[in-house]
Design a binder for this molecule. Structure first.
Ligand SMILES: [Zn+2]
Ligand SMILES: [Zn+2]
Ligand SMILES: [Zn+2]
Length: 320
């Protein structure tokens, strides 16, 4: 993520900022990928703190406009959890827009989101996260930090975050968009396997027996070994993580010896293998920094050559 500037005083602004320290109320313009003092703010600004601006003829910004169902706001906590989830979604969408997805130049379909809580005024309901035919369902229970950590430990997934959920589910959506393009499907099947194999049976097997003991030899995470569709979603989500990690590192003015030149734009790198080398070097360095203050590793994964090849494939197609 870039660090932005106030249109009034040029001070630094961060992606979630609603106002500058100079007092100016600001909004993020997703088309210009910069902040503006324009007053046509998204209608969700006061309720959930959305800081994007809306198109002149629309009440909602582009991100909020993709959400067709939100949780029952009469239940305490739901509005705050929804706000956190929308913030993560904006972050993920802004990254994808750097590659051209969902911008004015992209005439393809957009994903639709159902942001649902398990607690409703009618009682508790089951909410299954997932993607089906363009619709992404997000379970807002995981916007609660305690609940997310509980599920993270229970499922053994060290990278269970809201941003991670959005990247994973949107990756499933983008698979459908990419599958009609050029050699994507044939190349995908050669590397990840045939995604037409029985999905339900594969998932049931994964949850009953766990991943194969050698999952690490060819997969970025244990869950990626469940089915080629999940392998894609995990690989593509990690490709997004690693690109944003590198971009944010550079935006903060940090350097890493002569590994990264000043002004490097990770989103414009046309060499996926080179970007991955840099991102993983940053991950190793940042892990070391985090350990200094007792924080968990920023990138707690070791990627084998095959997993790297899958990450490179995902990066190449996401950024094409
Ligand atoms: Zn300012
Ligand atoms: Zn909005
Ligand atoms: Zn999935």
């Amino acid at each position: 993520m870039k660090i932005f500037h106030c249109p009034g005083c040029r001070a630094d602004l961060y992606f979630d900022n609603l106002a500058c320290s100079c007092g100016l109320e600001v909004g993020y313009d997703p088309a210009a990928q910069s902040f503006t003092g324009s007053q046509h703010f998204c209608a969700n600004r006061d309720s959930i703190g959305c800081n994007w601006i809306a198109a002149p003829d629309q009440p909602l910004c582009e991100s909020c406009g993709m959400t067709s169902m939100h949780p029952d706001l009469s239940v305490p906590g739901n509005e705050m959890h929804w706000a956190r989830a929308e913030a993560a979604k904006r972050h993920v969408l802004a990254g994808l827009m750097r590659w051209g997805w969902f911008t004015a130049g992209d005439s393809g379909p957009r994903p639709e989101f159902h942001m649902l809580a398990e607690a409703t005024s009618q009682g508790a309901v089951d909410v299954t996260m997932g993607h089906a035919a363009g619709l992404v369902t997000i379970n807002l229970a995981e916007a609660d930090a305690l609940e997310r950590v509980r599920r993270r430990e229970m499922l053994g997934e060290p990278y269970r975050t809201l941003i991670g959920h959005f990247r994973h589910e949107i990756a499933h959506f983008l698979f459908e968009r990419l599958s009609g393009r050029g050699s994507f499907l044939a190349d995908f099947r050669a590397l990840f396997g045939d995604e037409r194999q029985d999905y339900r049976a594969a998932l049931a097997r994964h949850y009953a027996d766990g991943p194969p003991p050698d999952w690490q030899s060819a997969h970025v995470t244990a869950y990626a070994a469940a089915h080629p569709h999940e392998d894609w979603a995990e690989s593509a989500a990690h490709a997004m993580h690693l690109t944003d990690l590198t971009d944010s590192f550079c935006a903060a003015g940090l350097g890493l010896g002569d590994v990264i030149a000043q002004g490097y734009d990770a989103f414009r790198d046309t060499d996926p293998a080179r970007l991955l080398d840099r991102a993983i070097a940053i991950g190793v360095a940042m892990n070391h920094v985090n350990r200094a203050v007792g924080q968990p590793d920023i990138y707690p994964f070791v990627n084998t050559a095959v997993a790297r090849e899958k990450l490179g494939f995902a990066l190449g197609w996401l950024s094409a």
